[in-house]
Design a protein around this ligand. Structure first.
Ligand code: PLP
Length: 402
């Protein structure tokens, strides 16, 4: 008899759909199928050698003990410098909290502020984890549809309309996973003006992809654009994506002292601190030579351009050019209503993604997982060869639909 009773905070949430899609790929591969995997949410590059060397040095020097709860002084100084020079954000060292990945910082920030009945505004399409993070902390996600007609971005009018006395946060992700769309300074300013009129609402800015940038306007942060929001904004970033350091688990948040103190208090009871060695590596990443970032972004850009062109050649699919990150989010509206060679009607983007997996051996994630249909996400954190072959196989499979 199963006697383990799980808490509602667990039973009410899902396993991340992109993790589930990656698991399905592993299962098919284990059966001997060759799958071109476009579900991947992490760089396909290795961590640069200089960063690894910094970690080895820290290890050899005996840097193997607990660090301060909010992160080492060295890393927080590096973060403060990065925020100031790149984004024009001024903050003190005690306004920074370092955690075990941006994901953990986002989660703990919600844990520190959200209670039963509180609402968190999430523009859709969204990163799959946001709604579940809110639910796990007892809050209610308020999904605001931000379709292609508004460039997949939250408008000031839509934000204003979604705010209630129960709203605690709005979550912005720029550049976005899954669309790659980024907010321009003026757009952030207009959203910021709405927030200033509602001081009970805070903005959580997830900028984890802001160095993987292709747009011809500069990366910007709402806090750099509107310093007046200092008491209402938490800016979250980390080293996972830009420096190919997903396994090192270092992310950080910059925000008002009261919120950062609360995050630190929770962290002190959860993990005590992030890994000492990973923090030394992250400090090196932020302060060291940035050539590797420029090189990898150059490669991601070539892949983005090629994948964007190839996908747009396929009848029934259409895709916007992303400003950043390493994903494409094509519409498959032109495919809905078609019939597969086996006589199955494609009714949803999930049907289409499953058809691609079965017939083309190409794995993507359906748009419904990100709160917007009919779309699908493909990752370009894979070789050009895989992108070419996957696109050709998608084109063939689409060509077989009637
Ligand atoms: N935020 C977004 C939008 C992401 O796509 C991801 C990873 O997929 C994360 C945060 C997690 O970053 P980290 O590895 O720093 O926890």
């Amino acid at each position: 008899m199963d006697t383990i009773k799980l808490a509602a905070r667990v039973t009410n949430i899902r396993v991340s759909p992109s993790t589930a899609a990656a698991q399905k790929v592993r299962e098919l591969e284990a059966e001997g199928r060759q799958i071109l995997n476009l579900t991947v949410g992490e760089p396909d590059f290795d961590t640069p050698g200089s960063i690894k060397d910094a970690a080895i040095e820290a290890l050899v020097a005996g840097d193997t003990k607990y660090t301060p709860v909010n992160g080492t002084l060295e890393l927080r100084k590096a973060i403060r410098h990065d925020f100031k020079t790149r984004l024009g954000i001024n903050c003190s060292l005690d306004q920074i909290s370092v955690g075990g990945g941006a994901k953990q910082v986002l989660f703990v920030a919600l844990m520190a502020t959200v209670e039963e009945g509180d609402e968190v505004i999430i523009p859709a399409p969204y990163w799959v984890s946001y709604p579940d993070m809110v639910i796990a902390n007892g809050g209610t996600p308020v999904i605001v549809d931000c379709g292609e007609d508004v460039g997949f971005k939250l408008t000031p009018e839509a934000l204003e309309a979604a705010i209630t006395p129960h709203t605690r946060w709005v979550i912005l992700n720029s550049p976005s996973n899954p669309t790659g769309v980024a907010y321009q300074a003026e757009e952030l300013r207009r959203l910021g003006e709405v927030l200033l009129r509602h001081p009970h609402v805070m903005v959580m800015c997830d900028e984890i992809y802001d160095r993987i940038w292709y747009a011809d306007f500069d990366a910007c942060s709402i806090l750099g654009v509107m310093p007046e929001l200092a008491n209402q904004a938490l800016v979250v970033n980390g080293v996972s994506k830009s420096y190919a350091m997903t396994g090192w688990r270092i992310g950080y948040g910059v925000g008002p002292r009261k919120l950062i103190d609360a995050i630190n208090k929770l962290q002190s009871q959860m993990s005590s601190c992030p890994s000492s060695i990973s923090q030394a590596a992250a400090a090196n990443a932020l302060t060291g030579d940035q050539t590797s970032v420029a090189e990898t972004v150059g490669i991601y850009r070539e892949r983005r351009d090629r994948a964007h062109w190839l996908i747009n050649q396929i009848p029934g699919l259409s895709c916007r050019l992303p400003d950043g990150a390493f994903y494409l989010f094509p519409s498959c509206a032109g495919i809905i209503g078609t019939t597969t060679p086996n006589g199955k009607r494609i009714e949803t983007d999930l049907d289409f993604v499953l058809y691609l997996l079965e017939e083309a051996g190409v794995a993507g994630v359906h748009g419904g997982a990100y709160g917007l249909e009919p779309y699908f996400r493909i990752s370009t954190a894979t070789s050009m060869d895989v992108i070419e072959r996957a696109s050709a196989q998608i084109a063939r499979a689409v060509g077989a639909l009637s």
